[in-house]
Design a protein around this ligand. Structure first.
Ligand code: NAP
Length: 245
């Protein structure tokens, strides 16, 4: 069966590397983005230039109506969905818990948790044999911060990724017998726009390998979990952390 995969936040960073890698392995890819249309169309152009198939779709994954529109567009334009990479995320403002405002707590949780759950729900409705689907796979992009907690700068972000881990473990068991495999990839600090150059410089020496990850190194783990080579893997969490636990 030909593979059709939605990569949320596919316009930049880990998502862009994942979209291009999946396309190079024959997936038709939905390159979702929030506002950076130029970055998304660049990813699509690169995929098409290499002979692949891709479609850029703007949708805020924290808004249910946007998610519904994105999935319906993929149904019409790319065909039967076989995969979802819940990658879109934000790290929010770097601050301590005693400085957090309710509005920014809700905004981060809406993107990092609610959006992933809504996208997973729509993917399950299409892929689960209980809904007449033919199976598929979901990879939720978490973070090593769920283990570490990110004190002083990002406890809220770490909390959102801990919630995503619990969601993934539960959903993996809920749909395992319905042909849908759900797994987690938990990157450590990765060379993208998200952490910022100052944090990358400060953190690299604390990582056993002495460097941060390249986006393609995270993308390879995501690709593996979506592939048929991972046919018996469900509920797993692959840490891509250069040796950091
Ligand atoms: P990034 O370079 O900052 O890119 C973020 C991507 O998400 C962009 O494509 C952005 O779209 C999209 N996005 C953000 N909010 C969105 C929303 N509400 N709806 C739809 N798309 C949205 O991020 P990254 O570093 O590649 O991170 C990707 C994932 O890996 C995130 O879940 C992050 O938490 C996780 N992670 C990253 C690191 C790291 O060090 N980089 C470490 C651990 C985990 P636009 O281009 O339109 O803005």
């Amino acid at each position: 069966m030909s593979k059709v995969t939605i990569v949320t936040g596919g316009s930049r960073g880990i998502g862009a590397a994942t979209a291009k890698l999946l396309a190079s392995h024959g997936h038709a890819v939905c390159v979702n983005y929030l506002s950076n249309a130029d970055a998304a169309s660049k990813v699509v152009s690169e995929i098409e230039a290499a002979g692949g198939r891709a479609l850029a779709v703007q949708a805020d994954t924290s808004v249910e109506a946007d998610v519904m529109r994105m999935f319906e567009t993929v149904d019409k334009e790319l065909g039967t969905l076989t995969g979802l990479v819940n990658n879109a995320g934000t790290n929010g403002r770097r601050t301590r818990v005693d400085d957090l405002r309710p509005d920014e707590i809700c905004e981060l949780l809406d993107i990092n948790v609610l959006g992933c759950i809504i996208c997973a729900r729509e993917a399950v409705k299409r892929m689960s044999t209980a809904h007449g689907g033919k199976g598929g796979a979901i990879v939720n992009v978490s973070s090593g911060s769920a283990n570490i907690g990110n004190p002083g700068i990002g406890v809220l972000y770490a909390t959102s990724k801990g919630a995503l881990n619990s969601f993934s473990i539960g959903l993996a068991q809920e749909v395992a017998a319905e042909g849908v495999r759900v797994n987690i990839v938990a990157p450590g600090m990765t060379q993208t726009d998200m952490p910022g150059a100052d944090r990358i410089a400060a953190q690299a020496s604390k990582i056993p390998m002495g460097r941060v990850a390249e986006p393609i190194e995270v993308a390879e783990a995501i690709y593996f979990l979506l592939s048929d080579n991972a046919s018996y893997i469900a509920g797993a969490n692959i840490r891509v952390g250069g040796g950091r636990l």
